[in-house]
Design a protein around this ligand. Structure first.
Ligand code: T4K
Length: 383
């Protein structure tokens, strides 16, 4: 509480609710010229000019070789598994958004849940080997909250057992380790550009891949398997991003650095203000050289006067809508809970994290006063 007291109490007016996130939107006037171009060309979709521009601009911005745009991240995950012809069993984390495991079920693949590391909350590489069976073909880890997985350890296991690695990188736009983009690791990485993400195109997503051949296969798969007017080479799907979304992405890219910088300030404010609050632990990054501050997860420990759900409720009563990402665990949903790997005894760390976690609001338009008001509620909870 000491650091709280040292800050002048400027109470924000919380008449209007504060949600866990609010999409970044550039000034509307800046989007009009893009719309004019679309209206003039009448090219609305199917790999038009904005689609091509955004793929190439994202390669430059992210520092990756190939980007295949999608209409959302979930179809990106589903298609990534198809592209690598993954079957059988895939090792994954229960501590994620349901789309991670759903993409496996949609491909007729059995998810095998592996527990997470208590510090990073990412899949624990030390537990991966024990979960491998003769049916295992791949690993699907998640860079949870944009905090990188232990990519070296995961790759080593994958190499030893001849497994593919597909990263669910939905949270990891712009994140870098010492060697560059975190998205260059594994066989494929899948991004989400959903409204709630750091970089949004309303809905959208992308697969990042290392070679042109795989990119071509992905491009066929996301367009029904069409190669040309009369040739279909795969039972593909419609995963294409429209021109409106791609054009919006081009505009968003011009604002992304400013949006990320503001997120970094908010992250720093929370850490400073919450430092002295007993029973609240801020989840730290996992050694990234460049973070994206996509979420601000805290863990509500037993020495905090309220339970996590008590604090969640108290914040709601104060018009602050924090979210319990990721509770319940994916493994607790009805379509997964019967799996042997879904048993709580197999997932003690993830179960504990799901009981303690609360993601506080973080987005570029959040003001310092609002951050203070949120911390104020937390710091004075139960007192
Ligand atoms: N893998 C991972 C690890 C993911 O986290 C996700 C998505 C995916 C895969 C799949 O990617 P996509 O197919 O979605 O591209 C949200 C998002 O819908 C979902 O995209 C995201 N993860 C997940 C973590 O969060 P909800 O159900 O919590 O969203 P919702 O609608 O409650 O929104 C949260 C808050 O954001 C609202 O209270 C207000 C604000 N908001 C939301 C939307 C949609 C706005 O201000 N404007 C908006 O348009 O799932």
């Amino acid at each position: 509480m000491s650091s709280i007291k040292s800050i002048a109490p400027i109470h924000a007016d919380l008449e209007s609710p504060i949600y866990v996130t609010q999409p970044y939107l550039p000034p509307l006037a800046e989007f009009i010229p893009y719309l004019t171009k679309i209206w003039n060309s009448r090219v609305l979709t199917n790999g038009g000019p904005f689609h091509q521009q955004l793929e190439s601009a994202l390669c430059d911005y992210l520092g990756v070789k190939h980007v295949a745009l999608f209409s959302n991240g979930t179809l990106g995950l589903v298609t990534a598994l198809q592209a690598l012809r993954i079957t059988g069993e895939v090792l994954t984390t229960p501590y994620s958004f349901v789309a991670t495991a759903h993409s496996l079920l949609w491909n007729g693949i059995k998810p095998v849940f592996v527990d997470i590391d208590p510090n990073t909350l990412n899949m624990d590489p030390a537990r991966i080997e024990a979960a491998i069976t003769p049916h295992t073909t791949a690993i699907m880890p998640v860079h949870c909250y944009g905090h990188p997985c232990n990519v070296e350890a995961i790759q080593k296991i994958a190499d030893n057992y001849n497994l593919k690695v597909i990263y669910d990188a939905a949270h990891a736009f712009g994140v870098e380790d010492e060697g560059g983009s975190i998205l260059r690791h594994g066989d494929l990485s899948v991004l989400s550009f959903h409204a709630t993400k750091v970089f949004n195109t309303f809905e959208g997503g992308a697969i990042v891949c290392p070679d042109a051949r795989t990119k071509q296969r992905i491009d066929h798969l996301k367009n029904f398997g069409f190669v040309d007017e009369v040739t279909v080479v795969a039972s593909g799907i419609n995963g294409k991003m429209s021109e409106i979304n791609a054009a919006f992405g081009m505009l968003q890219l011009q604002h992304i650095d400013g949006a990320m910088a503001r997120r970094r300030q908010i992250d720093a404010l929370y850490r400073e203000y919450l430092e002295g609050v007993e029973g609240i632990r801020c989840v730290c990054g996992s050694g990234e050289a460049m973070a994206n501050y996509s979420y601000f997860p805290i863990l509500v420990e037993p020495d905090f006067p309220l339970s996590r759900d008590g604090l969640y409720q108290l914040l709601r009563e104060n018009n602050i809508f924090a979210r319990r990402y990721f509770y319940p665990l994916i493994s607790e949903f009805p379509m997964y809970r019967g799996l042997p790997s879904a048993h709580r005894d197999n997932l003690p760390v993830a179960s504990e994290a799901a009981r303690k976690v609360l993601c506080l609001p973080i987005y570029p338009a959040l003001t310092n006063n609002e951050v203070f008001a949120i911390v104020d509620v937390i710091a004075h909870a139960g007192r």
